[in-house]
Design a protein around this ligand. Structure first.
Ligand SMILES: [Zn+2]
Length: 98
């Protein structure tokens, strides 16, 4: 994901924060410099290859870090996350309830 899904402003790489990385899964967080929407990006290796999914979020960087400290995302959850992303109206709330 190189640009904001809402306003299509290009992201500068140095604005992307790594929330966590473990076992080949990276969780990244960026706040759009233009529309100020937060985007959480989940990058991981699955049976389908390297996957990259992003979602809009109201959570700030610290919120996401708190979430990460409580939960460990497995590859199964990552796959499940893919399926959820195929439906409409995605939010991080959905991810939290997996
Ligand atoms: Zn934007």
């Amino acid at each position: 994901m190189k640009e904001c899904p809402l306003c299509e402003t290009s992201f500068e790489l140095d604005r992307i924060k790594v929330v966590d990385q473990k076992g080949g899964t990276h969780i990244l967080h960026i706040t759009c410099p233009s529309c100020k929407h937060a985007v959480v990006i989940l990058v991981g290796v699955t049976e389908m290859g390297i996957g990259l999914v992003g979602l809009l979020s109201d959570l700030n960087y610290d919120d996401v870090r708190q979430f990460r400290s409580k939960r460990t995302i497995t590859q199964d959850q990552l796959l499940e996350f893919y399926h959820i992303l195929q439906s409409d109206h995605i939010s991080l709330v959905n991810l939290l309830t997996i």
